[in-house]
Design a protein around this ligand. Structure first.
Ligand code: 13P
Length: 287
C-alpha cells in the first residue's frame, strides 16, 4: 500500500523504533524489499537517488513500476516511495511522477537558502499529501559522485528547519555514506542528543546505515532516530551472493545462465540483509 512516510514515522518515533529506507536500483531490488517487508509485516521506505532514477530511465518509470508491483504483489504493509538526496529540480520531477515522499537536500546551501527552498517545497508537498525530508549538516562519504566530509549539524539550524513543518530531518552526526573507514570516530551522540532536545517529536533520519555497529544503531534510535537509510549493504550482499553463484560454476550448468536464475541468489542476499536490518531497527510487526 503506497502511502506518504508521515504516519509510519510518527508511529516509529512514538514507539521507539525506526523504519528502514532501502535504496532501489532495479526490479529485483524493489521486489526483494517489498516481499521482505510484507513477510515481516513491517513498514518500509523505498529510496531512489537521482542516479538510480536516471539508471532506471527516469522517475516516471520508477513510480509506475513501484505502483504496479505493489498492486501485483498484493502488498498491504505501508510503503513510501521516497526521493533520496534530491535537488530542488528533482523534487518537482518526483512530485509530478507520483512519488509519495521527497527529500530536499539543501545542506550544501547557506542556511538561509536551505530554509527558503525547503519552506517552498514543504508547502507544495503537503498540499499534495507527500511527506518531505530536509537535511542540515552534510553526510560524509560519496553518493552519486558527490563527496562529503561528514560534519555535525548545528542544533539551532536543525530547529529552524524542523519549524518549517518537515516530516523528518536528516542531521549530520558524523555519519558517512558507504563503508566506514578504519579511523572513523563513530556517531556523535552528543550532537544527536542536542538536536533531539531542540526538535522534540520530529522523527530524525540516520543516513549511512551501512556498517554502523548494532549498539550505535540502538542508541541512535533511543535518541530520536526514526528512519535509517541503508544502501551499500544491500549492494554488498547482492554482489557476494551472485559472485558465489558464478564462482561455483552454476551459471555454466544446465540453464544456469537464465537471468532469473543468475540473479536469484542476489535477491536472496538482499532479503537476508533487509530482514537483519528490520529486526535490528525494531520495525518487524509494526505495519
Ligand atoms: P549507505 O550506502 O552507507 O548505507 O547509506 C545509505 C544512505 O544514507 C542513502 O541516503
Amino acid at each position: 500500500m503506497l502511502v506518504s512516510a508521515t504516519e509510519m514515522l510518527k508511529k516509529a518515533k512514538e514507539g521507539h523504533y525506526a523504519v528502514g529506507q532501502f535504496n532501489i536500483n532495479n526490479l529485483e531490488w524493489t521486489k526483494s524489499i517489498l516481499q521482505t517487508a510484507q513477510e515481516l509485516n513491517s513498514p518500509v521506505i523505498l529510496g531512489v537517488s537521482e542516479g538510480a532514477g536516471k539508471y532506471m530511465t527516469g522517475f516516471n518509470t520508477v513510480s509506475a513500476m513501484v505502483k504496479a508491483m505493489d498492486a501485483d504483489l498484493g502488498i498491504t504493509v505501508p510503503v513510501a516511495l521516497h526521493l533520496d538526496h534530491g535537488t530542488y529540480d528533482a523534487c518537482y520531477k518526483c512530485i509530478k511522477a507520483g512519488f509519495t515522499s521527497i527529500m530536499f537536500d539543501g545542506s550544501h546551501y547557506a542556511i538561509d537558502e536551505n530554509i527558503a527552498k525547503t519552506k517552498e517545497l514543504v508547502a507544495v508537498a503537503h498540499q499534495l499529501g507527500l511527506s518531505i525530508e530536509a537535511e542540515v549538516g552534510a553526510i560524509g562519504g560519496e553518493e552519486d559522485g558527490v563527496v562529503g566530509m561528514g560534519e555535525c549539524a548545528d542544533p539551532d539550524e536543525c530547529k529552524q528547519i524542523a519549524d518549517l513543518g518537515v516530516d523528518m530531518l536528516a542531521a549530520g552526526i558524523g555519519n558517512i555514506h558507504g563503508k566506514y573507514p578504519e579511523n572513523w570516530a563513530g556517531l556523535s551522540f552528543e550532537t544527536l542528543d542536542a538536536i533531539q532536545q531542540k526538535t522534540g517529536v520530529m522523527p530524525l533520519v540516520l543516513h549511512g546505515g551501512t556498517g554502523i555497529p548494532d549498539d550505535m544503531i540502538k542508541k541512535a534510535i533511543s535518541l530520536g532516530v526514526a528512519k535509517i537509510n541503508v544502501n551499500t549493504e544491500c549492494q554488498l550482499y547482492f554482489q557476494e551472493a551472485v559472485r558465489k553463484y558464478i564462482e561455483a560454476g552454476k551459471d555454466l550448468e544446465g540453464k544456469g545462465f537464465d537471468p532469473r536464475k543468475l540473479l536469484a541468489p542476489g535477491c536472496e542476499g538482499i532479503k537476508e540483509i533487509v530482514k537483519i536490518k528490520m529486526n535490528l531497527f525494531g520495525s518487524v510487526g509494526k505495519a
